[in-house]
Design a binder for this molecule. Structure first.
Ligand code: KIV
Ligand code: ZN
Length: 545
C-alpha cells in the first residue's frame, strides 16, 4: 500500500502549518486504521469470543476496510492461536484486504508462536511485539533495568523479522515513559528492523496536549524515525482515548489502534467509529483520510455488540441508538426545514438504515442462504439446514424477521465447540406466589438425562437442574439480557459468564422466551468450559500482556 510507505508520511507533515488545515481539494494523507477489537477488545471483561465469532468479525472488518486486524495473542491460549491462524488463512488472503497481526511479548516463545500463527497470511502477516518502558513497569513488573529492556526490544524485533518483514514494536506504558528513554528505545527498535513504532497510553493517563507533544517530540528527536510509521494506542480511563489519538495524528502519527464500539481493557480503547467519523466529518480541519467504508460502520458495531454481549449505550457517539434521534420539538422542526441545522452527520453515512425487514415465512432456503451471506454468514449445507429450521420456527412466532434476528439465530445455532450437552426439553413455573421450579431434559452424548430443581427464579431453578445433570456446580459471574430488535415479539438474547471454579467461559442463547434463552446460554457456557478443559490438557500456558 503506497500510503503505508515509510518516510514520505512524515516529511509532508513536517511542513504543515500550526492549525494543520488544508484546502478541500488537496491530496490527503492516509491514517492507517489498526483494529484491535479481536485482541484488546476481547480482553475486556465478558467480551471473550469463540473462534467462529472471531472469524465472522474479521470478515466484517475486512468489509469495513480496516487496514490491519490484530486477530489475537497467539501464545495466550490454543484458541487464540487457532483464531489468528484461521483469520490469516482466510481474511489474510483477501486481495487488497487487511494485514493480519498477532501480538507477542518480547519473548522468544511468544514471537515464535505468533510467527507460526500469522504464516498463512504471507507478506500480509504482521508480528506486533512489545515490552514495557515506563519506570514503574520496568521496576515493579519486569524487574529489568533500562539497558536490559533495550536489549530485549532489539532481540524481539530481530527475531520477529526472521518470520516477517512487517514488524511492529510497542513501548507498553509509553504515556508514562521518560521521553528521552522513549527515543532511545525507538531508535534501537527501528535500527533492528521495526517498521511501525507504537506509542500506547496503556493506562489512559495522558491528555491531548501532552500526548500530542510527546508524539511531536518523538518525530523531532528520534534520528531514524522516518524509517517507520508512528502509531498510537490509547486507552479510555479518563475518557480521552479518541481525542488523544486525534491529537497524536495531528502531531505526526499515521496509524491509530482502536476497537469497534471502543471495547477493551477496563474503560476500553479509542473507538474506531469515532476516530473515522471525526476525520471524515471534519475534513475541513483534519487533512487526512482513512480507507474505511463508513457505510459498514453501523453493521459492524451491531455485530460486535451482539457477539460480545457488550451493548452500546444509547447516547454513544456515532453508533448509539439515539445518535441520530431528534427528540426536542425545536430540533425536529429545524431538521425538517434543513437537515444540517442540527445534524453534522447523516445516519446513512454510517450505514444506519433502520431495522430492515428481510424475510418472512414464505422465504425459502435459497433466499435465506443469500441473505445470510449478504450479512456475513457463509454456512455449510448442514449449518444452513439448521439455520433454516430455526428461521421457520421463528417465523411462526415473529411477524417480521430482521437482519439482527438472523445474526442471533446464527450465534445460537452454529457453535464451534462440541455440544456435549443439548437441551431436549424445559418446563418451568414461576409467579408471584409459590417456589419457582424447573424440570430440564438434556441430551448428553445420545442419552437423555432429566433433573428438577427449585430456585430464586425460573432461571436459577433451570441452572441448578442443569448442574445436577452435569454433576458439578457452576457460578454465574455475569448475566446480560437484551432484546435483539424492537417490539413485543423481539428475540431475547442472553449472554452469560459462568465459572466452574477454575475457568470461566461465556455462553449465548436467543429465544422469544427469555427463560429459554437463559437456559441455552448457560448450556452453551458449560459446553465452552468443557472444550477449554480439553484444549488446556493438550497445550500451553495462559498468559496476559
Ligand atoms: O495497552 C497497551 O499497551 C497494549 C499493548 C500490548 C500494545 O495493549
Ligand atoms: Zn491496550
Amino acid at each position: 500500500m503506497a500510503t503505508m510507505t515509510k518516510g514520505r508520511v512524515k516529511k509532508t507533515t513536517a511542513k504543515r502549518t500550526k492549525t494543520q488545515t488544508k484546502s478541500p481539494g488537496a491530496k490527503r494523507e492516509q491514517v492507517i486504521i489498526f483494529d484491535t477489537t479481536l485482541r484488546d477488545g476481547e480482553q475486556s471483561p465478558g467480551c471473550s469470543m469463540n473462534i467462529a465469532e472471531k472469524i465472522q468479525i474479521a470478515e466484517q472488518l475486512a468489509r469495513l476496510h480496516v487496514d490491519v486486524i490484530e486477530a489475537g495473542f497467539p501464545i495466550s491460549s490454543p484458541g487464540d492461536f487457532e483464531a489468528v491462524n484461521e483469520i490469516a488463512r482466510t481474511v489474510g488472503k483477501i486481495k487488497g484486504g487487511p494485514i493480519i497481526a498477532g501480538l507477542a511479548r518480547a519473548k522468544d516463545i511468544d514471537i515464535e508462536r505468533c510467527g507460526e500463527a500469522i504464516k498463512p497470511a504471507g507478506k500480509r502477516g504482521r508480528i506486533h511485539t512489545f515490552i514495557a518502558t515506563s519506570d514503574i513497569h520496568m521496576r515493579e513488573k519486569l524487574r529489568m533495568g533500562r539497558p536490559d529492556v533495550i536489549r530485549a526490544a532489539v532481540h524481539a524485533v530481530e527475531l520477529a523479522r526472521s518470520f516477517t518483514p512487517d514488524v511492529e514494536f510497542s513501548l507498553e506504558d509509553a504515556g508514562r515513559t521518560d521521553w528521552k528513554f522513549m527515543v532511545e528505545v525507538v531508535e534501537a527498535a527501528i535500527a533492528a528492523g521495526a517498521k511501525t513504532i507504537n506509542i500506547p497510553d496503556t493506562v489512559g493517563y495522558c491528555n491531548p496536549w501532552e500526548f500530542g507533544e510527546q508524539i511531536a517530540y518523538l518525530r523531532a528527536t528520534a534520528a531514524n524515525i522516518d524509517d517507520a510509521i508512528i502509531s498510537v494506542h490509547c486507552h479510555n480511563d479518563l475518557g480521552l482515548a479518541v481525542i488523544n489519538s486525534l491529537a497524536a495524528v495531528r502531531a505526526g502519527a499515521r496509524q491509530v489502534e482502536c476497537t469497534v464500539n471502543g471495547i477493551g481493557e477496563r474503560a476500553g480503547n479509542a473507538s474506531l467509529e469515532e476516530i473515522v467519523m471525526n476525520i471524515a466529518t471534519r475534513s475541513d480541519f483534519f487533512p487526512f483520510m482513512t480507507r474505511v467504508n463508513t457505510k459498514e460502520i453501523y453493521r459492524t458495531s451491531r455485530l460486535v455488540a451482539t457477539t460480545t454481549g457488550s451493548r452500546v449505550q444509547a447516547n454513544k457517539a456515532v453508533v448509539g441508538g439515539n445518535a441520530f434521534a431528534h427528540e426536542a420539538g425545536i430540533h425536529q422542526d429545524g431538521v425538517l426545514k434543513h437537515r444540517q441545522t442540527y445534524e453534522i452527520m447523516h445516519a446513512d453515512d454510517v450505514g444506519w438504515t433502520g431495522e430492515s425487514m428481510v424475510m418472512g415465512k414464505h422465504s425459502g432456503r435459497h433466499a435465506l442462504g443469500k441473505r445470510l451471506e449478504a450479512i456475513g454468514h457463509r454456512l455449510s449445507k448442514e449449518d444452513l439446514e439448521k439455520a433454516y429450521e430455526r428461521f421457520k420456527m421463528l417465523c411462526d412466532k415473529k411477524k417480521v424477521v430482521y437482519d439482527e434476528d438472523l445474526h442471533a439465530i446464527i450465534q445460537d445455532e452454529i457453535s464451534d465447540v462440541k455440544r456435549v450437552y443439548e437441551i431436549a426439553d424445559l418446563q418451568f413455573t414461576s409467579g408471584t406466589a409459590g417456589v419457582p421450579t424447573a424440570t430440564v431434559k438434556l441430551n448428553v452424548k445420545g442419552k437423555v438425562k432429566m433433573e428438577a430443581a427449585c430456585g430464586d427464579g425460573p432461571v436459577d431453578a433451570i441452572c441448578r437442574a442443569i448442574d445436577r445433570i452435569a454433576g458439578k456446580e457452576h457460578r454465574v459471574e455475569k448475566y446480560e439480557l437484551g432484546a435483539v430488535t424492537e417490539g413485543q415479539d423481539a428475540l431475547g438474547q442472553v449472554t452469560i459468564r459462568v465459572s466452574d471454579g477454575k475457568r470461566t467461559a461465556t455462553g449465548r442463547g436467543a429465544s422469544t422466551d427469555v427463560v429459554v434463552a437463559s437456559a441455552k446460554a448457560y448450556v452453551d457456557a458449560i459446553n465452552h468450559l468443557l472444550a477449554m478443559g480439553k484444549a488446556k490438557r493438550r497445550t500451553h500456558p495462559q498468559v496476559g500482556p
